[in-house]
Design a binder for this molecule. Structure first.
Ligand SMILES: *[C@@H]1O[C@H](CO)[C@@H](O)[C@H](O)[C@H]1NC(C)=O
Ligand SMILES: *[C@@H]1O[C@H](CO)[C@@H](O)[C@H](O)[C@H]1NC(C)=O
Length: 180
């Protein structure tokens, strides 16, 4: 094989690999759709945005489901193990305000910093979204979210729900061990 041919093949492969990276507009539109799944949920949008084997991990969401306790969902357990599980829970939840504040992305993950402007306390969260290009002929390939790792101020959220009382919160122990 001539060296120039080999060089052309290498150049082509590199271009193809780059073409399989998220573009700015892909990251922005997935971040926007992710927000709409919280503020204006629809199953059609969930199907469009999430892979069928979607997984979601969030101790903050588990804490909300547990109303500040540690059951029925163990705090460190996976929150949703499929898109269908996410859809079942989302359809049952009231919509909440959700605004995307910042978006960063690399080739296949998107990090979103968001705010849910609740009352009386605002809730800030950060979600890291693993994405994958999905092919379903004859539709054009689309980027979808396959995993979300997100945490937020569930203390503020529980206060807004009236579950965590401020007087009780003031008495909470402050000596918490933190290990990175
Ligand atoms: C919510 O989504 C529906 C489609 O499911 C759309 O018709 C409506 O305009 C959206 N509302 C807002 C406030 O974005
Ligand atoms: C969403 O996808 C499921 C299959 O995963 C399908 O049963 C359902 O009808 C779809 N819903 C909408 C609104 O397209």
């Amino acid at each position: 094989m001539k060296l120039t041919t080999l060089a052309a093949i290498v150049a082509f492969s590199v271009t193809s690999i780059n073409a399989l990276c998220l573009l700015e507009r892909d990251a922005t539109s997935l971040a926007t759709n992710f927000g709409k799944l919280v503020s204006n949920y629809s199953e059609a949008l969930a199907n469009q945005t999430l892979t069928p084997d979607f997984q979601d991990y969030s101790e903050s969401v588990n804490t909300l489901f547990d109303a500040g306790g540690d059951s029925p969902i163990p705090l460190l357990a996976e929150t949703f193990s499929s898109r269908a599980a996410f859809e079942g829970a989302s359809a049952a939840q009231p919509a909440v305000p959700f605004a995307v504040k910042q978006v960063w992305h690399n080739c296949d993950t998107i990090t979103v910093r968001w705010e849910s402007a609740q009352s009386p306390k605002p809730v800030i969260g950060i979600s890291v979204m693993q994405t994958r290009m999905s092919f379903s002929f004859p539709n054009p390939p689309v980027w979808q979210i396959s995993e979300v790792w997100g945490e937020f101020d569930s203390g503020a959220w529980l206060t807004n729900l009236g579950i965590l009382k401020q007087a009780a919160a003031g008495k909470m122990k402050r000596e918490l061990a933190f290990q990175a």
